[in-house]
Design a protein around this ligand. Structure first.
Ligand code: NAP
Length: 305
């Protein structure tokens, strides 16, 4: 039996792994894809302390991974299919077998929320995207829409301005949610046009995106924009399928923890974007990962005593 299993190798999981390895806990970090998490979909990180000129999402995660390996953390490529969580026992059924552990850290993050409008599913991968870093270069000299008004929408619209000839930011209110600095940059970028008080109602096209139907929520006026790409950044949903019904979740489905990152089941901890909290950043994820690993170590000591 392991002392600790960490699920998810984004910044929270990797930091938990670093601290657990240095505490000499018998630990495995499980990841279904390759290490990185959502930060891999971010081109450039400017607000992670210690990198005054910024750092790419890829490089930041690669550095974190190398640091965990230096201290001997075992990272395994396994997808967890089922979790059985009780105060006494934590069992994981994966695509490669069954594992048991004394403590567990959930660091499997969140996934982009969809708009749920006509044309979205049909055209995903054919002009509808949830990752500008991945797909932006395909839109050189083309017109695109970005849906949303948060940090992700504005940051990704700015990234897209390197390629696209025009970017419409479609936002449902008359004020952006994004950090003021990002707002200033968006307002200063000539290629970006803000479309206020507006929601998309349909993405138009068959083999590829040809346009987007819009509705002004104040006037009710409907319109269509002809364009080739639609980037959706309207928030994230927690990846909570494995723990639904077993742990306390908040109204939106994020995992509730105490200050030590412990969930409603003793010995089960959560860190990073999966957690119920006010700020989702790399800098918050790493602190939570460290705290969760420390608290998991204390928990293992207490049940071994
Ligand atoms: P977010 O902050 O939840 O913003 C989502 C945006 O989408 C909001 O503007 C929201 O409008 C809009 N929206 C939600 N549902 C919609 C719908 N059905 N139709 C149209 N618009 C809809 O999500 P996020 O921007 O992805 O950010 C997630 C977290 O990551 C935040 O904590 C953010 O600060 C953080 N983040 C930070 C950075 C950075 O620091 N550089 C970069 C990216 C993300 P309303 O404003 O009207 O609610």
């Amino acid at each position: 039996m392991e002392d600790l299993i960490i699920i998810g190798a984004g910044p929270a999981g990797l930091t938990a792994g670093l601290y657990a390895a240095r505490a000499r806990l018998r630990t495995i970090l499980l990841e279904r894809f390759s290490p990185g998490g959502l930060i891999l979909t971010t081109d450039w990180v400017e607000n992670y302390p210690g990198f005054p000129d910024g750092v790419s999402g890829f490089e930041l995660v690669d550095r974190m991974k190398r640091q965990t390996e230096k201290f001997g953390l075992e990272i395994q490529n396994q997808e967890v299919i089922r979790l059985e969580l009780t105060p006494g026992k934590k069992t994981l059924v994966t695509d490669k077998g069954t594992l048991e552990t004394k403590s567990l850290i959930l660091a499997f993050g969140a996934a982009p929320q969809k708009l749920g409008i006509e044309g979205e599913d049909l055209l995903t991968g054919k002009g509808v995207s949830y990752c500008a870093t991945c797909d932006g270069p395909f839109y050189r000299d083309q017109e695109v829409a970005v849906i949303g008004g948060g940090d992700t929408a504005v940051e990704e619209a700015l990234f897209l301005s390197r390629f696209a000839s025009k970017i419409y930011i479609i936002h449902r209110r008359d004020e952006l949610r994004a950090t003021k600095l990002l707002q200033e940059r968006a307002f200063a970028e000539e290629k970006i046009e803000l479309v206020w008080d507006t929601i998309p109602t349909r993405i138009v096209g068959e083999a590829g995106v040809e346009g987007i139907d819009l509705k002004n929520v104040k006037t009710g006026q409907e319109s269509r924009l002809s364009l080739q790409g639609v980037f959706v950044f309207v928030g994230y949903n927690p990846n909570n399928e494995l723990v639904k019904g077993q742990l306390e979740l908040d109204r939106r489905g994020f995992v509730v923890t105490n200050n030590d990152m412990e969930t409603s089941v003793p010995g089960v901890f959560a860190a990073g974007d999966i957690r119920s909290k006010v700020l989702r950043q790399v800098s918050t994820a790493v602190g939570e990962g460290a705290t969760a690993a420390f608290a998991a170590g204390k928990y293992v000591e207490s049940i071994d005593a």
